[in-house]
Design a protein around this ligand. Structure first.
Ligand code: AMP
Ligand code: ZN
Length: 471
């Protein structure tokens, strides 16, 4: 596979160190709120990557952390503790919040066909490992104690900015810097490994450590969890682009200082999903969730398709208008697949293999999922293929796309015809209602809505267009 590597800034041939097994680490969610669909864009693309590697014949060992301690509202070790913020907001304990939002996260993942990594590790479950790693960093002279905290000394690593390619001053251009400078730091880019004498009086979670009671910084968890479960050589590390600095930059510094050798060869970063130009963020309340999409009548698969249609290295602009178009494209696609009639024919194994090869070469070009998806349409159009072969190829691709492309099949022929007619009818009536509204004929528009409802179809006007669902 050819895959862009943030570390080398080139598209590299991706090959695991260890033959057929790929060691993959993913930064998991900070569980103080629901995951927004921006976060989930990152997880959808990481899921597609994992499944594509599997599909291409590799075994993937994937580990994800759950950040349930140590992540402050500013990535520069200042501000409030995010978990504490969530607990206060909901008048619950930090652990209750963590459990609730971890479960909610995996429910959202299930709805989007994002496979749960085989190893999921809450940060709070591995604090002794973090302490051990910090002790080694202290012994090796990479960490120091100042004021109440233990810091990593970034001046001790030769190429601290390797991942970003820029130094911190350049990186911070345009970023509002409303956090006061921590005077305990020897260098501006140093970061906290361990907070002692907790800076928050009501800090809920504290552990004993050689430096006093306290809690770990955010970055140390991913290094320690990754090394514990995947060893000292990582093939690929994933996250959204906001993680490049400081989080992943700091992970590299402390992991390589601890191990004494290079750690992760390939860095995969997903660009952000934006909503009206602003970065979606849990902390600002600018948050759109899978549940909101479902309430508005969208199948979560439509959102997955929306993500797969765009390249992971391009920012993606969210709008209901585009999502509605995607919903209609998805429905049409499912119906075309549903109408395939393989009867009792056998799929042609040679043709299936040829399409598999094509799919691998298209998607293997820097995870070009959009090309993989358009190949589904080519398959449907290909007159040289029997319906049985088409179906077999599409089922095969769906191992990676995970769009439940054949979910309407298994329905009887009369039902199938009725269903197609229904979709057509709904689309026609929605168009007629739109025309009536435009002509200010609201009585007709209301009558169409009522008529649809009587047939079990609820429609909803969103700012960006009309959506429908069966009730
Ligand atoms: P968090 O829960 O904030 O730790 O973030 C979970 C994941 O979502 C990380 O990989 C982030 O880099 C990623 N992420 C955060 N915001 C966005 C966004 N707007 N679009 C895509 N990915 C994001
Ligand atoms: Zn991480």
């Amino acid at each position: 596979m050819q895959l862009y590597n943030t570390l080398t800034k080139t598209i590299d041939e991706f090959v695991p160190v260890d033959g057929k097994i790929i060691r993959m680490y993913t930064c998991g969610p900070t569980v103080y709120h629901f995951a927004h669909i921006g976060n989930l864009r990152s997880y959808i693309m990481e899921d597609a990557l994992e499944k594509f590697l599997n599909y291409s014949g590799y075994e993937v060992k994937r580990v994800m952390n759950i950040t349930d301690v140590g992540h402050l509202t500013s990535d520069a070790d200042s501000g409030e503790d995010k978990m504490l913020k969530g607990a206060k907001r909901e008048h619950k304990s930090v652990m209750e919040i963590a459990q609730f939002y971890t479960d909610a996260f995996f429910e959202d993942c299930a709805a989007l066909n994002i496979k749960k990594p085989e190893t999921v590790v809450p940060a709070t479950s591995l604090v002794p490992d973090f302490i051990h790693m910090i002790e080694v960093l202290m012994e090796k002279g990479y960490a120091y104690q100042a004021g109440p905290n233990i810091y990593f000394d970034t001046s001790k690593v030769p190429n601290y900015y390797a991942l970003t390619g820029h130094d911190e001053d350049q990186l911070r251009i345009g970023v509002r810097d409303d956090v006061e400078e921590d005077t305990n730091k020897r260098n501006k880019s140093d970061f906290v490994l361990w907070f002692t004498q907790s800076k928050f009086e009501d800090q809920a979670l504290k552990w004993d450590s050689p430096w006093g009671e306290g809690y770990p910084g955010w970055h140390i968890e991913c290094s320690a969890i990754s090394i514990r479960h995947l060893g000292g050589q990582l093939d690929i590390h994933c996250g959204g682009v906001d993680n490049i600095f400081p989080h992943h930059t700091n992970e590299i510094a402390q992991s390589e200082a601890y191990l004494g050798h290079p750690w992760c060869r390939h860095w995969f970063h997903v660009q952000h999903l934006n909503d009206k130009g602003a970065k979606m963020a849990k902390s600002t309340g600018n948050i759109l969730t899978v549940s909101v999409l479902k309430e508005k009548g969208y199948d979560p698969m439509v959102y997955r398709m929306f993500c797969l249609q765009s390249h992971y290295r391009k920012p993606l602009e969210f709008s209901y208008e585009v999502l509605s178009n995607m919903a209609s494209a998805y429905n049409k696609l499912l119906n075309r697949i549903k109408n395939l009639n393989p009867a009792s024919e056998q799929a042609d194994a040679g043709q299936v293999a040829a399409y598999k090869e094509k799919f691998i070469s298209l998607v293997g070009n820097d995870l070009n999922t959009a090309s993989g998806l358009s190949l589904v349409y080519d398959v449907l159009k290909d007159k040289a293929l029997s319906d049985a072969t088409k179906l077999a190829v599409i089922e095969d691709f769906d191992q990676v796309l995970s769009l439940d492309l054949t979910k309407l099949r298994g329905v009887s022929e009369p039902e199938k015809a009725a269903d197609n007619e229904l979709v057509q009818y709904i689309e026609e009536r929605i168009a007629a209602r739109k025309a009536a509204k435009k002509a200010k004929d609201f009585a007709t528009a209301d009558a169409i809505r009522a008529e649809l409802l009587e047939k079990g179809v609820a429609i909803k006007d969103t700012r960006e267009g009309t959506v429908w669902e069966l009730v």
